[in-house]
Design a protein around this ligand. Structure first.
Ligand SMILES: [Fe+2]
Ligand SMILES: [Fe+2]
Length: 501
């Protein structure tokens, strides 16, 4: 039998997903719900999205929207006629963030029209240009793109141009002008997907409009239909409001490029994020997450048990299981009372235990959950344990880096009294009704609910009956993350999307 040596295929193709105008909050949530899977399923190397409609009003791009797009897996954000229309746009476009503005806008605000990002040794350059017929550009897309395309082409292996305009012939003219010089000229702005995707003779991928990302039901280009209709009627100007409920749709083009810069394929990708049946009075995304420490974030049961045993042993007594069970979630003061020992003695024994006995370890999923919340939601710990002990345990478990505050009930009434939760909310500057508590014991759960927080309950001991807003088995359950980041109000937990080439 002849053995053919197998030579690994060199990775010579780069796949770029180009997402059409992201409209309003539903557009952002749709990107967050679908993009991670799309990136995996289509082996996407780079994702570029037009974000100029992603602000709450459907007009402009703000820092929070940009951060969400980048966190969801967008590598470069392009804009258009609304580049400067959201609050803080000058600072955002003037920052180092991978965001581009059309080169030929008359607005001489900060920002750049071209940016280069690199992955796996491949440099993708993205250039943004706007159509002259948008009423803003003093020069056409063709004249406007020339300089920046030349500059970026010298810095990048692959160049993609987002031409943001409404006149198809102008976009086509730009593509033919750049054919063979850039890998793709892809259109945005109309929000209406076109069926003219093709590869031009020189290897440039083209589509007149990629479409939009946002509301798919009862919406007109992502906005309330009656608002857009009003705008088209004489004397009835209306400020269009983006549709924020119902299913979300993501419209994109997937471009495959060889390392010689020539595109070999362009296809349309459509992803749908299904709305869950909306509960009456759907909530806002929470403003803060407040975690219990022992038994919830940190497995410190062994340390506490060692301290109880030590303090009793010194008094010629021993710890029985029944007594131990009663101490779950107790403060130092109440545990000392139950053990009939001085609180100071128990405190010292605990300090000794945390320093010398088994290292407190993070509970399953604690790292993953805190890392996914970090930077997106203020995070505090509210604990019955003295602050220095909790801080020590959290540091030894490697979790302290994620926290904005550690608030202790020490010196005041401990859980089940609500005080420590109220203090933690005050420290983070949020109303208790806007915060979510995470607890593992009925004592802690009672404190959180008495303070008026929503409750996620992850029991450390079986059989405790707590009426929580959500009960989960582990911190990294998808339901916990959804509850905290808000996506679950709009979308099913496992996103159902259809992809049509
Ligand atoms: Fe748009
Ligand atoms: Fe636009």
């Amino acid at each position: 039998m002849i053995q053919t040596p197998i030579t690994p295929m060199p990775e010579t193709l780069v796949r770029i997903l180009f997402v059409g105008d992201v409209v309003g909050p539903l557009g952002l949530t749709t990107v967050e719900s679908t993009l991670p899977r799309l990136r995996d399923d289509h082996a996407v190397d780079f994702c570029v999205a037009n974000g100029e409609n992603s602000f709450d009003s459907g007009v402009g791009l703000d820092e929070a929207g940009a951060a969400r797009l980048l966190a969801a897996g967008v590598d470069v954000i392009t804009t258009g006629n609304h580049a400067y229309d959201a609050p803080g746009a000058d600072a955002l476009l003037g920052s180092d963030a991978p965001i581009v503005r059309p080169d030929n806008l008359p607005h001489d605000g900060p920002g750049r029209a071209g940016v280069v990002v690199e992955r796996h040794g491949v440099r993708l350059g993205v250039v943004n240009v706007i159509g002259a017929r948008e009423g803003q550009a003093p020069i056409s897309a063709c004249d406007g793109a020339e300089h920046e395309v030349q500059r970026i082409a010298e810095l990048a292996d692959i160049v993609l141009v987002d031409v943001h305009g409404s006149w198809p012939a102008e976009k086509l003219a730009l593509a033919w002008m750049l054919d063979g010089r850039v890998s793709a000229v892809l259109g945005t702005h109309t929000h209406v997907p076109t069926a003219d995707d093709r590869i031009l003779p020189g290897g440039t991928a083209y589509v007149t409009d990629a479409g939009m990302t946002g509301a798919s039901d009862d919406a007109l280009i992502g906005f309330e239909p009656q608002d857009i209709v009003g705008n088209e009627r004489v004397g009835q100007p209306t400020l269009p409001r983006p549709v924020t409920t119902g299913d979300g749709v993501l419209m994109a083009m997937l471009v495959t490029v060889g390392l010689d810069g020539r595109s070999t394929a362009i296809e349309r990708v459509t992803a749908r994020a299904k709305a869950r049946s909306v509960r009456a009075g759907a909530r806002e995304r929470p403003a803060a997450a407040i975690f219990d420490c022992d038994g919830l974030l940190v497995d410190s049961a062994a340390s506490w048990r060692a301290a109880y045993e030590r303090v009793l042993q010194r008094r010629g007594r021993s710890l029985d299981d029944e007594l131990l069970a009663q101490l779950n979630g107790a403060s130092v003061t109440s545990a000392a009372t139950a053990l009939e020992v001085p609180a100071a003695a128990l405190h010292d024994a605990l300090e000794e235990a945390f320093e010398t006995d088994p290292v407190p370890t993070p509970m399953p999923g604690a790292h993953a959950l805190l890392a996914s919340l970090f930077g997106r939601l203020p995070i505090a710990v509210a604990t019955n344990a003295p602050a220095e002990l909790a801080t020590l345990a959290l540091r030894r478990a490697g979790l302290d880096r994620y926290l904005d505050a550690v608030v202790s009930a020490d010196g005041g009434p401990g859980k089940p009294a609500p005080d420590v939760y109220i203090a933690a909310c005050a420290r983070l500057g949020v109303a208790p009704s806007h915060a979510v508590a995470l607890e593992d014991s009925p004592v802690g759960a009672a404190a959180a609910q008495a303070a008026g927080l929503r409750l996620i309950y992850i029991p450390s001991a079986p059989g405790d009956d707590v009426d929580a807003d959500l009960e989960a088995r582990r911190l990294d359950d998808a339901a916990v993350r959804d509850e905290l980041l808000g996506a679950c109000e709009l979308f099913a937990r496992s996103v159902d999307y259809a992809s049509t080439p």
